[in-house]
Design a protein around this ligand. Structure first.
Ligand code: GFB
Length: 314
């Protein structure tokens, strides 16, 4: 991929797609195609077919997906499986039909079994049962990995998959019913400080552990892989994370400090904990030459700064 290559970012308004878009722009990639969902509904097969036939992108970042936190996954399981399987099938198939040179598919660390040994290596895929709260989403993402692999085997394509850990950053979703934990806690602690509340309620026991990767670091990993690592060398897919995790309680303490909230933290035990732990083994990507660089403190500070500039949007 060079600076004049024609690149399509599917999902450029989302957390991941917008980070990839910012990075490509800052590096001088000048031929990037993006369309909003009202211009191209990626669930519509004939619309996707016409788009690929007309635009003929050479490289595709497949970051379009229906995503959300633990409650959104539980509330909308049909949308999580339907939207994701249809979007990825349309984009992968029409990339193949139109001779795309390389496609990068974004998955998620929830593809691994609920009780997988920690940290989770790439070859633990499909060795056990999935976490119930996000099984439809995980099944869709596993189908995406397997579809890329099947096309590589049968048609000789170069379609690769990356599995990021829990992401956060600029352009995150701060809606309290659909978001992930990190943006939700930024908003909850910020609003509690403004309102002078005595406490903030967080979901579950606070004991589960999560690994958080700043989305701009993920974008750099995606560009590094797109430019340097092809299908046979990469294998079926590759983990992308920091290699470190913290408990939800520890995360809440960090966010409490950054937002300068002085009250207490309470736990709402009626809400689910989800997977107890899902730490990625990142030795494969580290050995290929990439490491995350943003500390969780710096990443949360940047995200909070962005939230303060945009908090009228929610
Ligand atoms: O980020 P989160 O929604 O997703 O929740 P998962 C992580 C943990 O934080 C859970 C707790 O134990 C939640 O109960 N938590 C505490 C909260 N307070 C809150 C809150 O106010 N909001 C939220 N959302 N959580 C998702 C999957 O799992 O992770 C997706 O459902 C995907 O499929 C994504 O894989 C990365 O890490 O549990």
């Amino acid at each position: 991929m060079d600076k004049r290559s024609k690149i399509y970012i599917a999902g450029h308004n989302g957390l991941v797609g917008s980070a990839i878009s910012r990075l490509l722009e800052s590096k001088g990639f000048s031929n990037v195609v993006t369309l909003n969902s009202n211009e191209l509904d990626l669930r519509n097969q004939s619309a996707v077919a016409s788009f690929f036939k007309k635009e003929k992108p050479e490289f595709v970042f497949l970051a379009a997906a229906k995503v959300g936190g633990i409650l959104a996954n539980e509330t909308y399981p049909a949308e999580f499986i339907y939207d994701n399987t249809v979007i990825q099938s349309n984009v992968i198939h029409h990339s193949y039909l139109n001779g795309v040179k390389k496609l990068l598919f974004l998955g998620s660390s929830c593809i691994y079994p609920k009780l997988a040994p920690q940290p989770m290596k790439e070859d633990y895929l499909l060795t056990g049962l999935l976490e119930q709260t996000n099984e439809p989403y995980a099944i869709a993402k596993i189908a995406g990995i397997k579809m890329c692999n099947a096309y590589n085997k049968q048609y000789g394509t170069n379609f690769i998959s990356v599995m990021p850990t829990n992401l956060y950053g600029i352009n995150d979703n701060f809606n309290l019913t659909t978001s992930h934990v990190l943006p939700a806690l930024i908003r909850k602690f910020h609003e509690a400080r403004i309102k002078g509340s005595k406490s903030v309620e967080i979901w579950g026991t606070g004991r589960p552990k999560r690994e958080f990767l700043y989305v701009d670091d993920l974008a750099e990993a995606c560009l590094f892989i797109m430019c340097n690592i092809d299908y046979p060398q990469l294998g079926e897919f590759i983990n992308i994370g920091t290699g470190k995790d913290i408990t939800i309680r520890e995360l809440a303490e960090v966010i409490k400090e950054i937002t300068e909230f002085k009250g207490n933290i309470k736990f709402d035990l009626s809400k689910p904990d989800g997977t107890f732990r899902k730490l990625l083994d990142v030795s494969k990507i580290n050995n290929l030459g990439w490491k995350s660089k943003t500390s969780i403190i710096d990443g949360i500070r940047e995200t909070y700064k962005w939230y303060l500039e945009h908090n009228n949007d929610w």
